[in-house]
Design a binder for this molecule. Structure first.
Ligand code: ARG
Length: 483
């Protein structure tokens, strides 16, 4: 959600009109108004609120509260309000408490007292919940589409680097060699799960609260199903109390966004490490890097660092709203106005991060030699030697100990495993013969991982096929939702 128009909204000042017809004699204190006024951020709901009002007006036509002529004047008026707000430099009044009140006031300027009929059978409680659910629907789908774009980049990199070896790490210590294609697909599957999470948020935001009124339902039998269909909701809420007080769909979006940003942070972090001179496994394109103001030689992986650092603020948005909703008595409390800023910030952050991740991956270059040299470290074959002994009948735990001894012998004499003599091997185990040296051939360590989901070329080909199918299914889903 863009924030560049927020400066159009003037600073808060006292404004409620204290008149004879009002419940209040006093104007709100400016210190209260500054916090109470949600317009500085909820102006971003304007387009949703206008769409909703138009659908609600059609609902009012259905029960005879509006006639055809009134409906078309309200429709035209709302569209003029939309145009006016789109004008550059449009300013709200300090007395506008929130976007809903502002639109109602502007509609009054356009069409006169008829504007006052629009709020029949509606409360700002169900109105705001409905607007926010519409936002969550739009941006859950947007996130799914952006995940798919990043997944596509990961998949094409995986295809192009399916047989490039590099060390896999545990504890950031070299552990076992893997193919780069296999490693990159790990991120593909993380994002595939994020798609499922955003899909869940999309579905949970597909229940329309409108009709719940303030909390008890309304006195007008508006056809909720028809209004819901008009606005693209799958269902209407079962219970007006739940409808007015539910923000689970926002929490579902924020949970999905937190997991997704966390995944991107792990990707970013690895790229930062891999692009260091010490590793030298990859290099980012210049267009996703920056220089140093003092050290002319520097090319810094800022984009990857930002992916790493953006994630906690999304998780914080989730924690913030959980905190706001925690122990909140039913139904609506002004507390719930605090749902929007965390949501809008998380939307901007996760969408921006996904867009940048896809672009950053497009131009990344990997260094085959550097990765292969690192993965050629013979110590990485220790598990292979243990399995060789297992094949000769030695229990794995015992084999683990024997190989540990061989590693110690090699390290103590300052050499590699393959420098050990047949005599040294036999001193550790009678089962060690020439096959020990064959197992140390690098390609065998990778190709021995033939199990489904393993790094060997055979299961990796199958995995690439599964990834292609998954991506096609996600894209088909997006098209279906958009149609
Ligand atoms: N600006 C408010 C919000 O975002 C709208 C709902 C106000 N409802 C009320 N009962 N005061 O939550």
């Amino acid at each position: 959600m863009s924030t560049d128009e927020s400066d159009k909204v003037a600073a808060a000042s006292p404004a409620r009109e204290a008149s004879e017809s009002s419940r209040f004699r006093k104007e709100p204190d400016p210190r209260f108004w500054a916090l109470n006024r949600s317009l500085p951020f909820d102006w971003q709901l304007a387009a949703y609120d206008i769409d909703q009002s138009r659908a609600h007006a059609r609902g009012l036509l259905g029960i005879g509260v509006l006639d055809e002529d009134e409906l078309s004047r309200i429709d035209a008026g709302l569209e003029r309000v939309r145009e006016r707000m789109a004008e550059h430099g449009f300013a709200f009044e300090d007395s506008d408490e929130d976007i809903h009140m502002a639109i109602e006031r502007l509609l009054g300027e356009e069409i006169g007292p008829l504007a006052g009929k629009l709020h029949t059978g509606r409360s700002r409680n169900d109105q705001v919940a409905t607007d926010v659910a519409m936002v969550v629907q739009v941006h859950s789908l947007q996130a799914i589409e952006l995940c798919a774009a990043t997944m596509a980049e990961l998949l094409s990199l995986a295809e192009a680097h399916r047989d490039w070896a590099l060390p896999g790490y545990t504890h950031l210590q070299r552990a076992q060699p893997v193919y780069l294609g296999h490693h990159l697909l790990a991120y593909f599957w993380m994002l595939a799960r994020d798609v499922l999470r955003f899909q869940f948020a999309l579905d949970s935001a597909g229940v329309m609260p409108l009709g719940s009124g303030a909390l008890a339902g309304v006195n007008w039998e508006i056809d909720r199903e028809a209004v819901a269909a008009d606005l693209g909701f799958e269902h209407v809420s079962h219970n007006s109390i739940d409808g007015a007080s539910n923000r689970d769909f926002v929490l579902d979006y924020l949970a999905a966004a937190s997991a997704c940003s966390m995944h991107l942070s792990r990707l970013g972090s690895e790229i930062v490490i891999w692009s260091s001179t010490e590793f030298g496994f990859c290099e980012l394109d210049e267009s996703f890097s920056s220089g140093s103001s003092i050290m002319p030689q520097k090319k810094n992986p800022d984009s990857a660092e930002l992916l790493r650092a953006k994630s906690p603020r999304v998780a914080a948005a989730h924690a913030t709203l959980l905190g706001v909703m925690h122990a909140l008595p039913l139904t609506y409390g002004k507390d719930m106005q605090e749902d929007k800023e965390p949501l809008f910030d998380a939307i901007d952050t996760v969408e921006g991060s996904l867009e940048m991740a896809a672009g950053m991956l497009t131009g990344i270059e990997f260094d085959r030699e550097r990765m292969e040299d690192a993965s050629g470290d013979e110590m990485l074959a220790a598990t292979e030697v243990a399995d060789l002994l297992v094949r000769k009948g030695v229990p794995f735990r015992e084999a683990h100990g024997i190989v540990g001894g061989l590693v110690r012998d090699a390290v103590e004499q300052g050499g590699k495993l393959s420098d050990l003599t047949p005599e040294q091997l036999r001193a550790r185990s009678e089962h060690l013969d020439e096959s020990f040296y064959e197992v140390l051939e690098r390609s065998s360590w990778l190709e021995s991982k033939r199990i489904a989901g393993g790094t060997g070329s055979v299961p990796l080909e199958a995995q690439l096929g599964e990834a292609r199918e998954t991506l096609a299914a996600v894209r088909a889903r997006v098209l279906e939702e958009r149609s």
